[in-house]
Design a protein around this ligand. Sequence first.
Ligand SMILES: Cc1cc2nc3c(=O)[nH]c(=O)nc-3n(C[C@H](O)[C@H](O)[C@H](O)COP(=O)(O)O)c2cc1C
Length: 161
Amino acid sequence: MNALICFYSRTGATRALAQNIKEILLDHNVECRIEEIEDLKNRDGKIGYAKAAKDAFMGKETEIEEVTYAPADFDMVLLGTPVWSGTIAPAIRTYLNKYKNDLNKVAFFCTHGGGGESKTFKVMGKICGLEPQATLSLRDKDVKKVKHFEVLEKFVKQLDI
Ligand SMILES: Cc1cc2nc3c(=O)[nH]c(=O)nc-3n(C[C@H](O)[C@H](O)[C@H](O)COP(=O)(O)O)c2cc1C
């Protein structure tokens, strides 16, 4: 069994969650790689934020850096995104549209600012045409709280690994 954790993160919360998930998968002896998707569009500052919110709301794609790993080489791909305008970030939309036919089993995770996952997981499932084995949604402020390791364990236990 091997797994790829593939995520986009603008300010680090989703990256921190991805790292936590990786540690737990390694504890379960799952061979695990991490792929951070890079959005080539500048998302810095207030203008970057406003455009990011609009692009996500409009369901736009973006240009992303070439990836390191082929998702088809993995039994499971765990896909992570921040919630932007109640949905997925454009970088994850681009990745999913590009690689949807290369995915075997999937699980989804996201971080948000308090509004919950909203449409995020439904949109991810719809694009790749797969039901996730598990989903995990955490508020940005909560990612580093130790108590969430229980939630992470529960998430990982739902996976067919
Ligand atoms: C453009 C933009 C739109 C956002 N929209 C939402 C939203 O609709 N609901 C919500 O709860 N949080 C929203 N947030 C907050 C992020 O989802 C949250 O801070 C997330 O943890 C950031 O992840 P990151 O640090 O990995 O980039 C938004 C943030 C940005 C930058």
